[in-house]
Design a protein around this ligand. Structure first.
Ligand SMILES: Nc1ncnc2c1ncn2[C@@H]1O[C@H](COP(=O)(O)OP(=O)(O)OP(=O)(O)O)[C@@H](O)[C@H]1O
Length: 249
């Protein structure tokens, strides 16, 4: 499919009379990694909330592969293939990495599953493939509570992948990681984007430069600019909103 795998059209959201998303639109093509950047309070996380169903838009539309998912519940949107990883890990610390991945697989719900993947794989095969993708093959029998911060984040990505998402939403996945872990995350994401569609909220432009196919800049709940990282870094309007903030590195 060319373009428009996820379409957000003119969404709006207010909290207590304060309009934080103001007619924002987004168009994400299949098998691309699109980074959502912008200064603090620009509305990035709220946008992810509106796509994933955690919040409902006051106006506008959200389509996944042509299917109108606007205002639907979080679970229904998740079943339709929107996989979300939160900033705070939700792994079960007393279970091993393998068990966490198995639990994530069994959470996957009924007949609608695999709607986007033509070859439904068994849990074992899938677990082997995904643990390889998130660099945890050597750690499968380790208790999740003993993992490093970076490994915990990768396990969470793996758990979302076990549910066969059509699109993956990641909110600041490298926050708190070491340089080495960030480097490995770059490799993981650059491999994943060949087979997955990913929207990633990020502050660190150095990281964005290494992974993004398309960069979308939000400012005050609206689209400020969109393009390749080179275009974005040259854009005077983008420079102006980042000027004086520590995000611009
Ligand atoms: N549930 C909520 N209730 C009230 N205000 C909210 C709520 N969620 C977000 N906001 C406000 O909406 C605005 C946008 O917040 P949001 O978290 O989406 O921005 P962001 O671009 O992700 O910022 P950051 O980079 O700091 O995470 C902020 O002013 C925030 O305080």
């Amino acid at each position: 499919m060319i373009g428009g795998f996820l379409k957000v059209e003119g969404i709006e959201k207010s909290f207590g009379g304060n309009k934080v998303i103001n007619g924002f639109s987004l168009n994400v093509s299949e098998h691309t990694l699109q980074c959502l950047v912008g200064p603090n309070g620009a509305g990035k996380t709220t946008t992810i909330d509106l796509i994933s169903g955690r919040q409902k838009p006051d106006a506008g539309k959200v389509y996944l592969n042509g299917d109108d998912i606007t205002g639907k519940g979080e679970h229904e949107i998740s079943r339709k293939g929107v996989g979300r990883k939160f900033q705070i890990p939700a792994v079960l610390k007393g279970l091993t990495v393998r068990e966490n991945l198995e639990v994530a697989y069994s959470r996957e719900v009924n007949a609608v599953r695999n709607i986007f993947s033509m070859t439904a794989k068994g849990c074992k095969e899938k677990l082997a493939e995904i643990s390889e993708q998130v660099r945890l093959t050597q750690r499968l029998d380790v208790e999740a509570g003993l993992l490093s911060h970076g490994e915990t984040q990768w396990l969470e990505i793996g758990m979302v992948l076990m549910q066969d998402p059509a699109i993956l939403l990641l909110d600041e996945p490298v926050a708190g990681m070491t340089e080495n872990e960030i480097g490995l995350t770059v490799d993981i994401l650059n491999t994943l984007k060949r087979t997955h569609t990913i929207i990633l909220v990020e502050h660190d432009m150095g990281f964005v430069r290494k992974i993004a196919d398309v960069v979308t800049v939000m400012h005050m709940g609206a689209l400020l600019a969109q393009g390749s990282i080179e275009d974005i870094e040259k854009d005077e309007r983008v420079r102006a909103v980042y000027l004086g903030t520590e995000d611009a590195h």
